[in-house]
Design a protein around this ligand. Structure first.
Ligand code: NAD
Length: 430
């Protein structure tokens, strides 16, 4: 029986989708002593992993190599392996379509493969972020169409991934894992797997609750960032330093949690997930106004940054057209290499449309082939800093020499308070 196999760690596990979520999760299963097969339809990723090469910053290659050497990990493009697996986690992307509607086609195609190999005493868990109802409405019906009965023949649960890439304190291993199964037996089996592997498990009463938990968390961030961005725009108009305000407010020991303004939302979660919720809420005739409003305010931030660049160039009698603008940091947040939905790309696009001559420097992103750009990172030399007409700090990586940025004398638009502590007329903040 599955329970015994999970308890004894004899269960053979599968992870579908070996990206920012699936690869660290696979490595945690391995660390716990399970044998794991990673399935990804990207043959290049599978090849790299087979050779012990990681492409995820939080997973060192040595870890992959050790897992391979121990015979506890293998990667494949072949779904047929599912036939031999006891449990499988689905960690595929859940992006938005251009219309901001959920695109769950990756989940559907992973499930279409699982259906072919579903067998008795198999546990299926969806980890991808999605709207409440996906597990029941999209997955359960397809799995039950095989004739197998949920809760008895197989088990199905939703367990949101909460990993924060680059965060060394809170990782896949110790972030509490929320689990909601279709039936109590489903919750129990999924909880058993995770309790053998990860931080504390938080069982909830249903898949829908577990799905909603993740969307509440990310909507909470999106709305609070929207609020603080609005306060930043307001403070700018009123001549108040919003960063000083936030730092002072954050001294309140209760009832306040600091969020920080910036050039816009980035990453694969915060700009996307709330729209999964607002889309689904519409089905119940509910308009999610906070989500939409936060989207509007956060979406306006790149334009505000461009208006700051206009101000900075104006001070030296220049226009954006033809000016050399150096963008510092294109990853969506500090000290990581992920450029998905990065607000720097929106800022760069707007500047390019106005005729700026763009270059960028990012120690984590040596080449940029996203957002219609094909650029190489420039080394951050005093000459590069001096020769720019304006510098825009869009992401504040901790390894950057910000004193050199200030010392260059080039006008700087600092959207991240990276130059906190420096005071000069040529520094503009949000
Ligand atoms: N990146 C994060 O920080 C983060 C945090 C929490 C939750 N999530 C959620 O986790 C899910 C995965 O995100 P991610 O960042 O790991 O994505 P990713 O793009 O890094 O990885 C997804 C992987 O799935 C593979 N894939 C796509 N379709 C497949 C299929 N049908 N079969 C097999 N493999 C397939 C891709 O090749 C890719 O390697 C998303 O729902 C995301 O919202 C992400």
């Amino acid at each position: 029986m599955l329970r015994e196999k999970l308890q004894s760690k004899e269960a053979r596990l599968g992870v579908i989708g070996l990206g920012y979520v699936g690869l660290p999760l696979s490595m945690e299963f391995v660390r716990a002593g399970f044998r794991v097969v990673g399935i990804d339809n990207d043959a290049e990723k599978v090849r790299k992993l087979g050779e012990g090469e990681s492409y995820i910053q939080d997973v060192p290659s040595e870890r992959v190599r050790a897992a391979l050497d121990a015979g506890l990990f293998e990667a494949t493009t072949d779904y047929a392996v599912l036939e031999t697996l006891d449990a499988v986690d689905i960690c595929v992307p859940t992006p938005l379509r251009k219309t901001k509607d959920p695109d769950i086609s990756y989940v559907r195609s992973a499930v279409a493969e699982i259906v072919k190999y579903l067998h008795k005493q198999m546990l299926v868990i969806l980890d991808s972020t999605t709207y409440p109802g996906t597990t029941d409405e999209v997955i359960l019906s397809r799995l039950e169409a095989t004739g197998l009965q949920v809760g008895e023949d197989f088990y199905l649960a939703f367990s949101p991934e909460r990993v924060d890439p680059g965060n060394e304190e809170w990782t896949t291993r110790n972030i509490p894992k929320v689990v909601g199964g279709v039936t109590p037996a489903c919750t129990e089996h999924a909880a058993l797997l995770y309790s053998q592997t990860l931080g504390p498990v938080v069982p909830v009463s249903s898949t829908k609750v577990a799905e909603m938990v993740k969307l509440l968390e990310n909507t909470f961030r999106s709305v609070n960032i929207g609020l603080v961005n609005e306060i930043a725009l307001m403070s700018d108009r009123m001549g108040i330093d919003v960063w000083e305000v936030i730092d002072a407010a954050a001294t309140k020991p209760f009832g306040f949690m600091p969020f920080y303004p910036g050039p816009g939302l980035g990453g694969h979660c915060i700009p996307i997930d709330p729209f999964y919720l607002s889309w689904k809420a519409k089905e119940s005739g509910f308009e999610a106004r906070f989500i939409e409003l936060a989207g509007v305010v956060n979406g306006s931030m790149p334009y505000h940054v461009v208006s700051k660049v206009v101000d900075a160039l104006n001070e030296i009698g220049r226009a954006i057209k033809g000016s050399k603008i150096l963008v510092l940091g294109v990853a969506y947040k500090e000290d990581i290499d992920d450029v998905r939905e990065a607000p720097a790309l929106d800022v760069m696009k707007l500047l390019q449309e106005k005729g700026a001559v763009l270059s960028y420097s990012d120690p984590y992103v040596p080449t940029l082939h996203d957002g219609g750009f094909s650029l190489e990172s420039s080394e951050l030399t005093p000459q590069l800093l001096r020769e720019a007409d304006c510098i825009v700090i869009t992401t504040a990586h901790s390894s950057v020499d910000y004193k050199a940025v200030v010392d260059s004398g080039t006008p700087v638009v600092d959207t991240r308070n990276a130059l906190k502590g420096f005071s000069a007329d040529h520094i503009l903040t949000l």
